[in-house]
Structures are given as C-alpha cells and as structure tokens.
Design a protein around this ligand. Structure first.
Ligand code: SUG
Length: 452
C-alpha cells in the first residue's frame, strides 16, 4: 500500500448537553477561574460543530465522537446515593453539590484525552492500536474511560484492523491522560513515525532528591504510564522517546503537553519551556527519525508562559495540506493577545518552516474550561482500507453536519448554571438527546442507560 493511502482523521468530541463551568480541574487555570459561570451548552456544541465543518470544507478528514451520559447517576449510586434517579440527584445536590457537578461534566468533549492511538504503519502486527486513557487524576474525568472504550470499540470494530487495549490501572503510578501527552513525528503521515511521550512525573522515582517536580499543581502524566502504553502498542526503543515536561510550565498552568507543544509530520512547534531537557529531547528525536526534524521554537521573550497558557497558542491543530504546507488552527484568544498574534505573524508565518496559514476559530465555551482546538480532537492516522472499515456514521459530511446541528438545536439549553444541574428535567432531556444521537451516528448501545 502506498503511503498516500494514509490520512489523518481528526475525531472531535461533540459537546454534551450538560456542558457547565464547575471549576473542577486543579492546575487548569481557565477551569479554576471560570467555575460558577453560566454556560451555554448549545453555543458550545455549535462552536465545536462549526470548527468541524470548516475543517471538513477545507478538505481535511473530520470524524465525530459522541458525548457521554451525564449526569452519571450510576456514579452517584456507587457513592451511596439511592432511590429513584430524581431522589439520587436531589440528595447529591443537597449533600454533595461538588460531586453532583463532577458527575454532570461534559468533559468527554476533550477527546485528545480519550485515548492514545498508534497507526498501523508503526505497529508490528499492522493494526491500529488504541488505549483509552484512565484519566484517574480527577473524579469527573475518571468517569469517562469505560464509555470511551465502548465507543472506540464500536467505531474501530474490525478486529483484523484495530487492536484495543485495556486502560491502564487507575492508580496514581499509571496516571494517563492520553494523546494530549503524545505526539507522532514522521515525514508524510503514511511514513513510519517516532512517538514522543511527554510525562510530568516519575511514579517510582521518589526517594531520589534530584527529580525536579512541580510545586504548585499536580503532574498528571507519569513516565510509567507512557512506557506502559508504548509497550502495549509494541513500539520498540527506536520508535519512542520519553521526555519530561518542564515542572515550571506545569506550575504555570500547562497541565498537558498539548498546552505547550504541537507536532505534525516532521514539524515540532513548541515553547522554550515545554521540556525539562530541550536539547536532549530534540537529539533523541533526531536520532530516531528517518526524516529531518523541523523544530519551531518559541522563546520566552516572544511569548511568556502566562501568554501561552492564556491564549492557548500551542493548543492549536497543525494540519498537513496536499502541497506540503501546513495550516495552524488557533483559538480566537490568540488574536486578542498582542504578543501571541505578533509571534504568529512574524515568527511562525514568516519563519522558515512549512506553516503557511493561520485559521482562527471561536471556541469560547470550551476555552473557558481550558479546552482549545487541539483538546477537542483525537488524531487517528488511517489507511483508506481502515477508513472504509470504520463502523457507524462518524465521518463528517454535509448531511451529518446538518443533522447534528438540528439535533443540538432541538435538544440543548442555551443557559446552564451550576444550580440547574439538580433539575431532574435536565437528566431526562439528556437521555432523550443521546438516544437519538446514537441512532444518528449508528453506533449501537454504547450508553449505560441503553444497556440496562
Ligand atoms: O482535564 N477541563 C479539562 C480540559 C482538558 C483539555 N484537554 C487537553 N489539554 N487535551 C481538564 O482539565 C474542566 C471542567 C470544569 O471545570 O467544569 C475540565 O475538566
């Protein structure tokens, strides 16, 4: 098969009907500062769909992943709340409002955290390998992997082509946040790649006083988790690089590597403070890559860590065009930050690198929870055969986009404050919407309420 058959498909998470601002994510400065605001779930879902449509119209392959069942009443029951669903919700609202907020989070929209995926071209057995992230660092996200795994298995169903691994043990030593800390570097997408795994801490390294660690915010990804995923996927030493994230960046609000770096093909766009050992990381990549690495480094003098975090410049999508150029899809906040906008024009667009275009997308609803363009998508490089083996109706076309917009407009509220989460009508509305969605997407019974 020629390498032209391989294309990257971006699977964006559709924002769920309970999207809200609950201030749940320690170390994610947007989430921490917007907790309590009134959200607009309808606008959030439509912003996401508008991004998907724009990229589809521009010729990129676009997929969609469904939101999860929220409120997660099953999680409340496991915590001892009992009785009818209404009673469970009412008791949680009265006794543990913060837990109710967590089980209502629409955080599965950030599909960069759904899984880590290795394309078949890099796997010894010629299959695409998938590991759902355990997301054990926060309760609201720990609720995602079971359904994420079922959804991914429903879509990537053909066992001859797709291999699914269990999420890693959900314990701090194997804390895994998925593709947000994983970057594949290669020539064309269909050429063999080198996998860069970025971790924030070493779980079994305590005792050693020399290990630098963040002081203020938690490091979410461990080296041991990254190593286990690479092992599950059968990658050999010459296909993988493990690099420690700079602890100062974590303390400044860089809770995932995709908040400070993005790679595509041979290009690695990164901030000077992304890696603890910058020269060592580049060197390890160069040693393994069969094509020259193109590092695009943004120094601290051009963009401060605070501006990088505030604008989400690096949480952009870097997309390959047929003429060899690349397009950078950035959030609107980049346009509002003078230093960042100048960097985009003078340093990135005018620089000696393949980035030839910057596209700005308004994703305010997701951004207020710390989710930019790159968080909202899971990248999956697939051959033409693998694409045609996908089950369900998940590759976006104009008809599916139109149906999804109409579905959002039919079912979503345009206002959701934290106190609305206890409304039993919201839970009923969400179930009706998701039942209909699973029919639109033809993905079968992936939700707990459909499985009895
Ligand atoms: O895990 N925010 C998410 C944002 C995830 C962004 N993903 C990537 N960088 N790939 C998180 O911190 C906030 C939810 C709230 O506060 O309501 C939240 O979970």
């Amino acid at each position: 098969m020629s390498s032209d058959d391989y294309r990257e498909v971006n699977f964006d998470g559709l924002v769920g009907p309970t999207h809200n601002y609950a201030g749940l994510a320690l170390g994610n400065v947007a989430s921490m500062s917007h907790g309590g605001l009134v959200a607009n779930p309808r606008e959030a879902a439509l912003e996401g769909l508008a991004k998907m449509k724009a990229l589809m119209d521009a010729g990129y392959l676009q997929g969609v992943l469904p939101p999860q069942q929220r409120p997660d009443v099953g999680a409340l029951r496991a915590l001892g709340f009992s009785g009818s669903d209404e009673r469970v919700l009412a008791r949680a609202a009265g006794e543990a409002p913060q837990i109710l907020r967590a089980v209502c989070s629409a955080s599965s929209m950030w599909t960069a955290n759904a899984a880590t995926v290795t394309p078949s071209i890099d796997a010894a057995d010629g299959r695409v390998h998938v590991t759902p992230a355990n997301l054990q660092s926060s309760f609201h996200r720990f609720l995602e992997p079971a359904t994420s795994g079922r959804v991914l298995q429903a879509i990537f169903r053909d066992e001859a082509r797709f291999a699914h691994h269990p999420a890693l043990p959900a314990t701090p030593a194997f804390s895994d946040e998925g593709a947000a800390n994983h970057t594949r570097l290669c020539g064309e997408h269909g050429e063999p790649g080198v996998h860069l795994y970025v971790y924030g801490r070493e779980a079994f390294g305590w005792g050693s006083e020399t290990l630098p660690a963040p002081q203020r915010f938690p490091a979410r990804q461990t080296l041991e988790a990254s190593q286990a995923v690479a092992r599950q996927h059968g990658l050999s030493d010459h296909q993988r690089v493990f690099a420690q994230q700079h602890p100062d960046a974590i303390d400044a609000g860089v809770f995932h590597n995709d908040v400070i770096a993005v790679g595509n093909g041979p290009v690695l766009l990164y901030h000077e403070m992304a890696f603890l050992d910058e020269p060592g990381t580049l060197e390890a990549l160069r040693e393994r890559m069969s094509t020259p690495l193109i590092p695009v480094r943004v120094p601290v003098e051009a963009v401060s860590l605070a501006d990088a975090v505030g604008s989400y410049l690096f949480n952009s999508q870097l997309l390959s065009n047929p003429d060899g150029s690349m397009t950078l899809v950035v959030p609107g906040e980049c346009q509002e930050n003078e230093a960042v906008w100048r960097c985009l024009q003078d340093h990135l667009l005018a620089g000696h690198n393949p980035i030839g275009e910057v596209v700005v997308k308004d994703l305010k609803q997701s951004m207020r929870n710390g989710g930019g363009p790159a968080c909202l998508r899971l990248r999956v490089v697939l051959s033409a055969e693998e694409r045609s083996a996908l089950a369900g109706r998940v590759l976006l076309d104009a008809a599916l986009h139109g149906e999804l917009v109409a579905w959002v407009e039919r079912h979503y509220r345009d206002r959701l404050a934290p106190e609305d989460l206890a409304d039993p009508a919201l839970a009923r509305e969400a179930l009706v919407a998701l039942d209909e969605l699973s029919q639109i997407l033809r993905i079968g019974s992936v939700y707990p309420f459909q499985r009895g």
